[in-house]
Write a protein that binds this ligand. Structure first.
Ligand code: ZN
Length: 138
């Protein structure tokens, strides 16, 4: 398998590490959206979140929280943060190994994410979709 993130985890590819434990690694993005952009990567190869072992998934967000504290205290003087996880190619995932972006944000930084809702859903429509999701929780 030829996965850049697995290669980074195995230290076969160089990266700039900001955090590392048994479950996850946090590295600086080589092409930061804004200065200080960090990637939090579980140390197990899974393309999508649904396939990540629970403990690794939980540790990914726990590490992200800790890293965000460090980012907020760093000299980059961010105004806010976006936690972005693109779960699949159509969502914009570029590397097929699940990862969470932590991106420093500023007023007018030009980074955007539009939900693009076309209409408000009725209660029965929402109930029908919710029931399908609930029935598939395992
Ligand atoms: Zn991988």
């Amino acid at each position: 398998m030829d996965c850049i993130f697995c290669s980074i985890i195995e230290k076969k590819t160089e990266s700039t590490i900001v955090y590392e434990d048994e479950f996850v690694i946090g590295i600086m993005d080589l092409f930061p959206a804004t200065e200080g952009h960090v990637l939090v990567i579980p140390k197990v190869h899974s393309e999508i979140v649904a396939d990540i072992d629970d403990e690794y998934a939980a540790k990914m967000f726990k590490a992200a929280k800790l890293i965000s504290i460090g980012m907020r205290k760093a000299s980059i003087k961010l105004e806010a943060l976006s936690f972005v996880l693109s779960d699949g190619k159509s969502a914009g995932q570029e590397i097929p190994h699940a990862h969470l972006h932590i991106i420093p944000r500023y007023q007018g930084d030009g980074i955007g994410f539009r939900f693009g809702s076309k209409r408000k859903y009725s209660k029965p429509e929402l109930e029908r979709i919710a029931a399908e999701i609930k029935n598939n929780l395992v």
